[in-house]
Design a protein around this ligand. Sequence first.
Ligand code: TPP
Ligand code: MG
Length: 380
Amino acid sequence: MATEPAVKSIQLSHRTITLIGRYQEMEIDLLDRQTLLFLFRQMLRLRRMEEALMQEYHPADEMRCPMHFCIGQEAVPAALSLLVEPEDYLFSHHRSHGYYFAKGSPLRELFAEVYGKETGANGGKAGSQDISHHASRFYSGAILSGAVSIAVGAAFGLQIRKSRNISIAGFGEGATDEGAFWEAANYAGLRRLPILFVCENNRYATYSDQLKRQPNDNICERVVTFGVRTRRIFGNDVVKAYLTLREEMARVRGGEGPGLVEAYTYRWNSHVGPEDDNVNNYRPASEIQFWKENCPIRLLQEKLEAAGYLDSQTLGRMEREIAAEIAANFQFAKESPFPSAGDWRAMNWDDSSPLADRLLGAQSRSEFDQSQPEARLEPY
Ligand SMILES: Cc1ncc(C[n+]2csc(CCOP(=O)(O)OP(=O)(O)O)c2C)c(N)n1
Ligand SMILES: [Mg+2]
């Protein structure tokens, strides 16, 4: 009987990944019990939060924005949540909840935001895919790869200020369909910027297979040519995700220049909203089945139980605590008032920029001649 290939023996790619069957390579011995339980709890919190938001979305229809859920993709955010520092910057794409969660930004403000309430992270005016939380240095954006470019700018700023903090850009493989992504990778490599690119490669951009958009699905092989270190991992192995991200973040923080981690993973839910979109027939049932069998939470849970680190009592307590937290977040969001309509300008616009004013004020103006003729090329 043919034995199933292990991830170690194949070139990781969506083309080959389903050949491994059930993933067998998680090495919990590499981490202590406390870290493992924390990773497990974080994944469970994120899963339950997303499930609750999906369940509540209809028929109540009280949430005010489209939402891109991340069920099945909990490992990378959980790992990041243990590693990112408060003064680091974290930028995310439209599928923002996992990254918002990873940055430790207040979850009740995410709930209030999606309900369009004044107490939301952005006063209820940004919604899920553009949510930011300035105080915790978290920013997301719906323009594909837009936040990646801004993350590179933030990294440049950190480098100029000789900060030990880093910038992290979380995005999907679809961001690499955009030219802006390659400009960002190029500049990061050129200036050796303190940035970590985290690509959750879930194979699809809306309903479109990466292998119909790009000649291959190994983004790291192309990014490395820009002078960015790259690693690729089975993205549902939270231990591997944690260790890889820890190492790469330490290298970026230590001044070794930019890195990219490509994590192969999968979203169980539809591209957007709680409705099932498999009616479009864009993903084979066997592929969905493979990824559900390799649920990142279940993979770790089985190992924890076998090691005697997790029993049903502890799990039950965890579930109750998480349910209470989610209920409190819903209550906060629902009881909060809507914003007043009058303050749009105040939220989006600021006439003053003390830092820019100071920097410009310090510039020498000796070469600036207000009376000089405007130079124009003929025939314009
Ligand atoms: C510049 C731009 N073009 C197109 C879109 C429409 N759009 C929204 S999400 C998406 C697919 C994103 O796929 P990916 O980056 O892989 O992230 P995933 O949704 O799989 O997490 C597209 C094309 C957009 N938001 N921005
Ligand atoms: Mg994708």
